[in-house]
Ligand binder design. Structure first.
Ligand SMILES: NC(=O)c1ccc[n+]([C@@H]2O[C@H](COP(=O)([O-])OP(=O)(O)OC[C@H]3O[C@@H](n4cnc5c(N)ncnc54)[C@H](OP(=O)(O)O)[C@@H]3O)[C@@H](O)[C@H]2O)c1
Length: 283
């Protein structure tokens, strides 16, 4: 698997398996087991997905050596403080059944992110979180965090897809030494993305699906891709993206699809921030 070297010299597999919205424990365990069987070596979960235990069971069932797997989890908003990180991270490790994670992220840019970051820097020094990063941080907040702390985040996991291409943000993150990672690369199917004529036409040239064209487009930008599917045939399809390349013309056509805004919601919307602040996960 192709990798990207992060600012701490650790390599992250460029394509990962997402587990958002796979909440049924049996389904989540099976999905992770099947994904590893299909060849994924990078799994993305979060405290708020309520599936860390099932993800851990899927990993265990696969019998994959721990060192061969890149595992990410994320600290939920209510735990974003120095103490909250320290306590809830230990609980995450326990649920996952591992003694370290490869990547630990602040899931949302709210609450005491500076306190949380100091806790995460300590976890990184202790080897319990090999890499640390952020998610859903606007680029100014990401640069601010990087400039005023010892550790520059290794990753910023943000929404990136053909309708929300984040061109300037990707550039600015890279300039700061932060690797961009794409969530919802397929926009979760919104806006009829799998039937999009531009993407279908490009796919036809290479006998590739819309999902494969999108992943390839991100990989060629050196953006880490997280693809989620509970269907083994789609897991395999989404991995088969290393045997073709897009032309400048293809990329220009995809650039034309950019609507320049989220397909979901704005992280600057006060109502959304209030909702996230009120969401308590009782684990
Ligand atoms: N940090 C954050 O705030 C954040 C937010 C959202 C997501 N994430 C992470 O990013 C990962 C990916 O994002 P996402 O799950 O939201 O959305 P996504 O990967 O863009 O889309 C997943 C949807 O696409 C379908 N799909 C997948 N492959 C397909 C294919 N080849 N053909 C047709 N349909 C296909 C899946 O259906 P089936 O499962 O039925 O195949 C599912 O409905 C998440 O799982 C999570 O790990 C992070």
């Amino acid at each position: 698997m192709q990798t990207i070297k992060m600012n701490n010299e650790i390599e992250i597999p460029i394509l990962g398996f997402g587990t958002f919205q796979i909440t049924d424990p049996q389904e989540a365990e099976e999905a992770v087991y099947q994904a590893i069987k299909a060849g994924y070596r990078h799994i993305d979960t979060a405290q708020s997905y309520l599936n860390e235990e099932a993800v851990g069971k899927g990993i265990k069932k696969s019998q994959i050596p721990r060192k061969d797997l890149f595992l990410t989890t994320k600290i939920w908003v209510e735990n974003v403080s120095y103490e909250g990180v320290k306590r809830s991270f230990e609980e995450s490790l326990e649920r996952l059944g591992v003694d370290y994670v490869d990547m630990l992220l602040i899931h949302q840019p709210y609450n005491d992110v500076y306190g949380a970051w100091r806790g995460m820097e300590e976890l990184q020094r202790e080897g319990k979180a090999r890499s640390i990063g952020i998610s859903n941080f606007a680029v100014d907040r990401a640069v601010d965090l990087a400039e005023f702390n010892q550790t520059t985040p290794q990753i910023n996991q943000i929404e990136i897809n053909p309708f929300n291409q984040q061109v300037e943000n990707i550039k600015a993150l890279k300039e700061e030494g932060i690797v961009p990672e794409a969530w919802a690369p397929f926009a979760e199917g919104k806006n009829n993305i799998f039937k999009n004529e531009v993407l279908l036409a490009i796919g036809k040239k290479y006998q590739k699906s819309v999902a494969q064209i999108i992943s390839r487009w991100l990989i060629e930008q050196e953006v880490v891709v997280l693809a989620k599917s509970v269907k083994p045939e789609r897991m395999a399809e989404n991995l088969a993206v290393f045997d073709f390349s897009l032309t400048a013309e293809d990329k220009e056509a995809i650039a034309g699809l950019n609507e320049g805004e989220s397909q979901f919601f704005s992280h600057a919307d006060p109502a959304m921030i209030k909702w996230m602040a009120s969401r308590k996960i009782d684990l």
